[in-house]
Design a protein around this ligand. Structure first.
Ligand SMILES: Nc1ncnc2c1ncn2[C@@H]1O[C@H](COP(=O)(O)OP(=O)(O)OP(=O)(O)O)[C@@H](O)[C@H]1O
Length: 315
């Protein structure tokens, strides 16, 4: 059994929206009662359609937003009860790589300034040669230190994003669709770099992706989310999925438009509204196997620790 780095218990996030001039305030559950453990050195994939709560879950784990309820512990320390100064210390051990290297790097700064920033923010001295060493660690020539982001290719920019995330030597990194805006050949290089860095630095990753092929290739376990809840945790990428939603996901693909990333083919029926979730299984409106019980009662993740699934009719 791998020791846990991140432990989440009953994590829930409710967003309040509206309440303006002509709109009623409405509450929506973006993350619903999620419990999970991420082992040290593990790559845990998170998949699901647009809006299912993947990024919200990641932001909760990093404590960038406050949970409505539930607990997060990091390497044995409860983050939910931590005072701001102690939380800042803990945050140095966590980092995030964003989808879009174009917008996440400030064009006004040189790479040397971009890579020095995490040290400045945390009041840490920057030993001479650090920036050059950071560039080389992600496969970029040290001579690029004086360049600006617009002088780089997309793949090079993402390498800089990765170097910046790793500046303070974190243990845990959230990768939020890190290759989604890159060409396929460049994607493979970035994934190879991330895999190599994990091995060299003993990193633990939470890998959010719409690319199921990539998830299968790169991740140890896969968390499948539907409307804020975890519906299945695949113990590895070879085991056949048991939840009808995961099976549909694996048999089809996402729509190419990122704002419309719904599963195309394999599923009919409307996605339930996150503002008015049905009393039973949230997937019942699209599930080919839905029964009266599914529409009345909400399934919870099964006790099987090796392959939990939240379904009354698992395959
Ligand atoms: N700050 C916020 N205020 C209100 N609602 C929010 C906020 N952040 C996210 N949401 C809502 O929470 C739900 C989950 O959003 P989230 O970004 O976590 O989904 P996602 O699975 O990461 O989607 P995508 O794949 O498109 O990035 C969505 O319905 C979204 O509109």
């Amino acid at each position: 059994m791998i020791p846990a780095l991140v432990q989440i218990d009953g994590l829930t996030k409710r967003f309040q929206t509206g309440g303006g001039f002509l709109s009623r305030p409405r509450a929506m559950l973006a993350v619903r009662d999620v419990s999970l453990t991420i082992g040290k050195g593990e790559v845990l994939g998170v998949v699901g359609e647009s809006g299912c709560g993947k990024s919200t879950l990641a932001r909760l784990v990093l404590r960038l937003i406050e949970p409505t309820s539930g607990r997060i512990s990091f390497d044995g320390t409860d983050l939910t009860g931590l005072a701001p100064a102690a939380l800042r210390q803990m945050r140095r051990r966590m980092a995030m790589v964003f989808q879009d290297p174009y917008s996440s790097l400030d064009p006004r700064y040189s790479l040397a300034e971009v890579l020095a920033e995490p040290f400045r923010v945390h009041g840490q001295a920057l030993p001479p040669g650090t920036v050059e060493a950071m560039l080389e660690a992600v496969g970029l020539p040290a001579t690029l230190a004086a360049s600006h982001p617009h002088q780089l290719s997309g793949g090079q920019r993402q390498r800089v994003g990765i170097a910046r995330a790793l500046a303070l030597r974190p243990d845990f990194v959230v990768l939020d669709e890190p290759t989604a805006s890159l060409d396929v050949s460049i994607q493979a290089q970035i994934i190879a770099l991330l895999a190599d860095l994990r091995d060299r630095l003993g990193l633990t990753y939470l890998f959010i992706s719409h690319d199921l092929g990539l998830v299968r290739y790169f991740c140890d376990r896969v968390l499948v989310m539907y409307l804020g809840a975890v519906v299945e945790v695949l113990p590895d990428t070879r085991t056949a999925p048991r939840h009808p939603y995961t099976r549909a996901l694996m048999q089809s693909n996402f729509a190419p438009d990122p704002s419309q990333r719904r599963v195309i083919a394999a599923l009919t029926g409307e996605i339930a509204s996150p503002f008015a979730l049905p009393p039973g299984c949230a997937f019942a409106t699209r599930c080919p196997l839905a029964s009266d019980r599914c529409r009345a009662e909400r399934p919870v993740l099964s006790d099987d620790p090796a392959h939990p699934v939240a379904c009354f009719h698992p395959q």
